[in-house]
Design a protein around this ligand. Structure first.
Ligand SMILES: C[S@@+](CC[C@H](N)C(=O)[O-])C[C@H]1O[C@@H](n2cnc3c(N)ncnc32)[C@H](O)[C@@H]1O
Length: 379
């Protein structure tokens, strides 16, 4: 038998019970029997009787009553986390009136049986408390890069896997299509495989695209999704033809992680955005990419731009906001600006002291953040 944190018996508590540490461990409930048990609780004649009933039910779950936890019965099984059960039970027990407690019980039953989704993701809003790992704050301080599987931090300038993962989970459903116009080392594609999203990635440098293709072969594909990386200029490739080859006419999410102008020079190719001769030229090139990808995105769906600012000539260049404007001007609604801590590159780390000295002497601040701009395509 596996173990899961015990559900505490709360029968005679009257104050709000302390919140159990969230656990995403899954319990497979036999839906019909569990709902019957909730129905019986609803028939309670007093708050005390109801609380005692809740305690008894929790105790049955705790000792894994086979009648309630009957594995995976086809059509009669629902997987819930321990955290979700604890929360829902605690809310019922904390209610001060019978009417309120019954209202919570009713909601509890609905949340077990009726999924509620918005139009762009499969997050079950009736059980939103189970999604602890989905970020909703506009400040992200991510301490550790996910280096599992095919992910590697070797490609200079790749983003942390958490970025495409969070975005795909918030803004796509399983089986939907994502376009990454600056695919690099394939971080979005690897995450797409893990999450069951199809991803087409475009990368200018053929040798980088080839290496990413090889890397992808080492990543398991449990959902059998399409993850294709192609070499090409994102401002110019024929996305329609690429998608048509997969029987698709549109995508449901666009990821844009362009070079941050010339901060990292990726190649000598003049079509490479890191070779733009000025900020203005960079913005024009970026505009061309957006013009090429935007028609592919379904209305009401999301485009995510990841970019940072830069210094030049003793001046802070707000490249992020300037690029943000390029997207907004093309019929997109700005939904969020996320500020994310910036991982120091190994090169920068070794010059830490020097950068600090320069900052103090020159009256500037050392970059520690980048932006994730989230846009919605207007209908
Ligand atoms: C910031 S990196 C993206 C890294 C990627 N997110 C990853 O995790 O590996 C930008 C990438 O855009 C590519 N690139 C530059 N100009 C391009 C263009 N016009 N079309 C397609 N890719 C381009 C660069 O070669 C580089 O690999």
């Amino acid at each position: 038998m596996g173990t899961f944190p015990p559900l505490r018996v709360l029968a005679f508590e009257t104050a709000v019970p302390p919140f159990d540490p969230p656990s995403d461990e899954l319990i497979h409930l036999r839906t019909s029997r569990f709902l019957k048990a909730l129905e019986r609780l609803e028939a309670a004649a007093s708050v005390q009787a109801l609380r005692a009933g809740v305690a008894a039910l929790r105790e049955r779950i705790d000792r894994r009553s086979p009648a309630l936890l009957n594995g995976h019965v086809p059509g009669d099984s629902v997987a819930v986390t321990v955290a979700f059960l604890n929360q829902a039970f605690s809310q019922v027990v904390a209610a001060q009136t019978l009417e309120r407690a019954k209202y919570y019980l009713d909601r509890f039953a609905k949340s077990v049986t009726t999924p509620k989704h918005n139009a762009v993701s499969d997050i079950n809003l009736n059980r939103w408390k189970e999604y602890d790992d989905i970020l909703t704050d506009s400040l992200w301080v991510v301490e550790r890069r996910d280096k599992s599987g095919a992910h590697s931090a070797q490609y200079w300038g790749n983003f942390i896997p958490q970025i495409p993962s969070q975005m795909m989970r918030r803004f796509t459903k399983p089986g939907e299509w994502v376009l990454d116009a600056f695919a690099g080392s394939g971080t979005t594609l690897i995450e797409g495989r893990r999450l069951g999203r199809n991803v087409v990635g475009i990368e200018l440098q053929p040798e980088v695209a080839d290496r990413t293709h090889e890397l992808l072969a080492a990543e398991p594909n449990p959902h059998h999704t399409v993850t294709q990386i192609l070499a090409g200029d994102s401002a110019d490739v024929d996305y329609e033809a690429i998608l048509a080859a997969h029987g698709q006419t549109s995508v449901q999410l666009v990821m844009l992680h362009p070079p941050y102008f010339d901060i990292i020079k990726f190649s000598d190719d003049p079509r490479d955005l890191s070779n733009a001769r000025s900020v203005n030229e960079f913005l024009v090139m970026m505009g061309n990419v957006i013009d090429n990808v935007a028609p592919l995105l379904d209305a009401g769906r999301y485009l995510v731009l990841v970019i940072g600012d830069k210094y030049a000539g003793g001046r802070w260049i707000p490249l992020g906001f300037q690029t943000m404007n390029e997207v907004e001007q093309r019929g997109f609604l700005l939904k969020s600006i996320i500020v994310k801590n910036f991982e120091q590159t190994a090169a920068k780390r070794s010059h830490k002291e020097l950068w600090r000295y320069r900052a103090l002497a020159g009256g500037f601040y050392i970059f520690k953040h980048e932006y994730i701009f989230v846009f919605k395509k207007k209908s």
